[in-house]
Design a protein around this ligand. Structure first.
Ligand code: SF4
Length: 361
């Protein structure tokens, strides 16, 4: 309760909004690259508390949204082949593949089950040694350590019917791609949960190479407003650097133990991000010593991705070029009940968030 009082205190929030208005001296564009921040910003109505000169835009921070259609197609093929269970997080279920969603494949008989962790998938495998269980590993640096620990556990126990299909992504290379592409920004609201693992130093290259402001922040309204104020002060004083507002959990070096688990199991690889294409070193793949647990190595599936132009503009949304309301399908042909694109599926997707929290009539 104390926590909520401290970070959701109305007077405190009003005072921060007032300070922001007083310190604004030009136009500012700040991007958040964490789906949790996107959801919190719109749920708490943060844009309505900011002066018109301050614009917040969303980047590629929702793990489901950046999972490519080809990866969904592979899971559909694997789960439909017989003798294989795909045990996965529930928010992958309705993400469009190029032909089917996993929900449609399950309705057609594919063995797809929802689990809450990689370890739960491993337990399924241990309970039924005659069945091959594949865990689709998605998410950023926040979920990768959990996958890594599970892979290490499976390796130690000599489990031979548990596999991981890694679609893990890492955030700094994606932020750098946006900057190389010329995305016009004044700074980043850096991802708080990712930074718990990586440490705030993972973002040092942004002020050093690109001269942009960075603030690592938390998920409460006071966190977000304070981050905006800190970013504005960095821009106004022309002293871009990485600052941490979320000091209650983020350090400069991060969680070195979790980093150790990730390094033991994964190596960086060029990886496809939905809407952004192949990002050099943008993902994590299993190291050779865990090849026997790598579903990508142990299963052969033929996937012929079908390119269809549904009119979905997720790619532009993930690059911060447009807002969901700019998409002609938003809230018409595309809704959370009938998503055309991945950004409308997850609670952390920009389109889903806009649908829920903005008046789209
Ligand atoms: S509203 Fe739907 S179709 Fe448009 S960009 Fe978002 S997910 Fe894609």
């Amino acid at each position: 309760m104390k926590y909520v009082d401290e970070y959701r205190n109305g007077r405190h929030i009003a005072r921060l909004a007032e300070m922001i208005s007083r310190e604004v001296s030009r136009e500012y564009v700040f991007m958040e690259v964490c789906g949790g921040h996107t959801a919190a910003i719109h749920r708490f109505g943060i844009p309505s508390l900011l002066p018109p000169e301050v614009r917040l835009i969303s980047g590629p921070g929702c793990p489901v949204c950046v999972t490519p259609a080809r990866y969904i197609d592979m899971l559909v093929a694997l789960a439909s082949g017989g003798g294989v269970t795909v045990a996965m997080f529930g928010d992958l279920m309705r993400v469009p593949g190029s032909i089917l969603t996993l929900a449609a494949a399950r309705a057609a008989g594919a063995d797809i089950r929802v689990v809450l962790s990689a370890h739960e998938a491993l337990e399924l495998a241990l309970a039924d040694p005659g069945r091959k269980v594949i865990f689709p590993a998605i998410g950023f640096e926040t979920t990768a350590p959990g996958t890594a620990v599970t892979v290490m556990d499976a390796g130690k126990r000599g489990v031979d019917n548990f596999f991981v299909l890694s679609a893990h992504k890492v955030m700094p290379p994606a932020m750098e791609i946006l900057l190389k592409e010329g995305t016009s920004l004044d700074g980043f609201i850096c991802p708080g949960h990712v930074a718990v693992i990586t440490g705030s130093s993972a973002f040092d290259f942004i002020p050093e190479k690109y001269g942009l402001a960075c603030v690592v922040t938390g998920f409460e309204p006071a966190d977000l407003l304070l981050a905006v104020l800190m970013l504005i002060r960095q821009v106004n004083s022309r002293s871009p650097r990485v600052e941490t507002e979320y000091r209650r959990v983020v350090t400069r070096d991060g969680n070195t133990r979790a980093q150790g688990f990730m390094n033991e199991v994964f190596e960086h690889a060029d990886t496809e991000w939905r809407g952004l294409g192949i990002i050099p070193s943008g993902g994590l793949t299993l190291r050779k010593r865990y090849r026997h647990l790598d579903a990508g190595e142990q299963f052969t599936v033929e996937v012929h991705e079908i390119q269809r132009d549904s009119g979905c503009l997720c790619g532009d949304i993930l690059r911060g070029k447009i807002t969901p309301a700019d998409c002609p399908l938003f809230a018409g042909a595309c809704t959370p009940d009938h998503p055309e694109g991945a950004c409308m599926v997850s609670d952390e997707g920009s389109c889903n968030t806009w649908y829920k929290y903005h008046n789209h009539d």
